[in-house]
Design a protein around this ligand. Structure first.
Ligand code: ADP
Ligand code: LRH
Length: 480
């Protein structure tokens, strides 16, 4: 039977990759065509994405991928490029860790109170939600000159095809979408003076998004026409689509630069309790809601590793495994860890402030980070079950963090539930499968997941008792 090839462009905050998925009726194989670092740049104006470098990586990756039946693009959420009336990019896209949104929330809430904003959009408070970024940019010359706003995957799609759209799963991270209607929240936008006319029309995963332009074909050596297909263009939407779950009741944790921990639901949870717990309702495939909490994730470790001059990660993790469990923990959900810089010191300070032993060596700091992440995973999985009244029996862990066996085991221990880890490149697989489905190759979401279960290597971690110790560690952070 025919096997088709799909290129998945997946841009994470730490690296970009172009993967090739080969899909047959009962087969799914993923190979890496090209991987390139994603390094933000500190400019005189602030922290920016190197969007041209990333686009260059995409083109190089498509060339390495060779002839494919379609291309799909996903990336991190919330950020965007602005285009002028000629369709030219106005400046480098601002990085979501840039400081410009630091004091914007109060201004927004004075117009639309936080409770109302949550009831209308279902989005957690995060300073970087597109809504806050747009309010922060309100009086900038760039925004004044902008005719169009394209989220990062939509911007790259535009450069590849010349066609503009706003893909829905990623649009749901702007905080300008109503998760019940899955349409723009016009009332919120107009009260905050945000012009929804900046956004191109909504498109949904599986929709056609044009064909590669002649200059792109020339640059990549591909033979046209090569269609681009809209996927769950928010990387977390694609990753959740590739959670290899069957009919069990499950929670998931997407672990990479961030940990996104929560549930897949049929409807948003918009209660005041849910808002207070800072859970978000992002939109997933096929009418699903991604009910989850953002946890700082392996960013904490990435930043320490950078500060330590890039030691070998494997050796560091082996040493960290020898450090006693739960000596000190920090609140890995704390937005205080959002900005770059001085991470080992900031972690040490947090331990000192909560009266715990201060980790000194890189191995000790690493262990503190992994214990803290596992603890935050436990808390999110517990809170989600309670807030959504949706109990689970197993936790699926996907993304780069599945390569960290210690983190997976600690997460099983902390949650007191079995963890099934894999696939590592979940976002790319979700991206590929949505393209395959749009071209008639796989069935519904459940069918996609069955194919993953049959074809992808997964590792199971059983919890090692002692849930009480994790509860006690949680108290150190909350009962101060
Ligand atoms: P993102 O998509 O957000 O850029 P990834 O899903 O690629 O992130 O995950 C990156 C993280 O995966 C790294 O920060 C690192 O902690 C972890 N990781 C990558 N390779 C390994 C490895 N060989 N061993 C342990 N952890 C790894
Ligand atoms: C992960 C992610 C996450 C968002 C953050 C900005 O890459 O997309 O889902 O909250 O980046």
């Amino acid at each position: 039977a025919a096997v088709k090839s799909y290129a998945a462009v997946d841009l994470g905050a730490s690296s970009g990759r172009v993967m090739v998925g080969r899909v047959g009726p009962d087969s799914l194989e993923l190979t890496e065509a090209h991987r390139f670092p994603n390094r933000p740049v500190r400019t005189p104006e602030g922290l920016r994405w190197d969007i041209l470098g990333l686009y260059g990586g995409v083109l190089e990756g498509l060339r390495a991928a060779g002839q494919v039946d379609s291309v799909g693009i996903d990336s991190w959420a919330v950020d965007y490029g602005l285009l002028d009336a000629d369709g030219a990019l106005l400046g480098n896209p601002v990085h979501y860790r840039d400081a410009r949104t630091e004091s914007v929330a109060e201004k927004v809430w004075a117009t639309v109170p936080a409770e109302e904003l949550y009831a209308a959009t279902g989005l957690q408070y995060a300073p970087f939600n597109t809504l806050y970024q747009l309010v922060a940019a309100r009086s900038s010359a760039q925004l004044a000159h902008a005719e169009r706003l394209l989220l990062i995957p939509d911007l790259l799609t535009y450069w590849l095809t010349g066609e503009q759209g706003t893909e829905l799963t990623n649009a749901s991270t702007t905080q300008l979408i109503d998760p019940r209607t899955r349409e723009w929240s016009r009332d919120v936008a107009s009260r905050l003076g945000i012009d929804l006319g900046l956004f191109a029309p909504l498109r949904r995963p599986g929709d056609p998004a044009g064909v590669l332009r002649p200059d792109v074909l020339e640059e990549t050596g591909l033979r046209g026409p090569v269609p681009v297909t809209a996927v769950g263009s928010h990387d977390t939407a694609s990753a959740v689509a590739a959670v290899p779950a069957g009919d069990e009741r499950f929670a998931y944790i997407c672990t990479g630069t961030w940990s996104l921990a929560g549930l897949e639901l049929d409807a948003p949870v918009l209660t005041e309790e849910s808002r207070a717990a800072n859970f978000t309702n992002e939109l997933g495939l096929d009418g699903t809601v991604r009910y989850l909490r953002n946890i700082m994730g392996l960013w904490l470790l990435q930043e320490c590793v950078r500060a330590w001059g890039d030691p070998d990660l494997g050796a560091l993790l082996l040493d960290a495994a020898k450090v006693p469990t739960l000596r000190s923990v920090v609140d890995a959900g704390d937005a205080a860890f959002l900005a770059p810089g001085r991470m080992p010191d900031r972690i040490a300070e947090a331990c000192r402030a909560s009266g715990q032993p201060v980790p000194e060596s890189p191995a000790e700091v690493t262990r503190c980070i992994l214990d803290s992440l596992a603890l935050a995973h436990r808390r999110a999985v517990e809170d989600a079950q309670r807030l959504a009244d949706h109990p689970v029996d197993v936790v699926y862990v996907v993304g780069g963090g599945t390569r960290n066996a210690l983190l997976c085991q600690l997460t099983a221990d902390a949650c007191g539930l079995p963890v099934v880890a894999g696939p590592t490149e979940a976002a790319a697989l979700g991206n590929v499968l949505v393209q395959a489905r749009a071209h008639g190759l796989v069935g519904d979401l459940a069918g996609m997941r069955r194919l993953l279960t049959r074809t992808q290597p997964l590792t199971r971690y059983e919890p090692r008792g002692d849930a009480e110790r994790w509860r006690e560690a949680q108290d150190r952070l909350t009962l101060r």
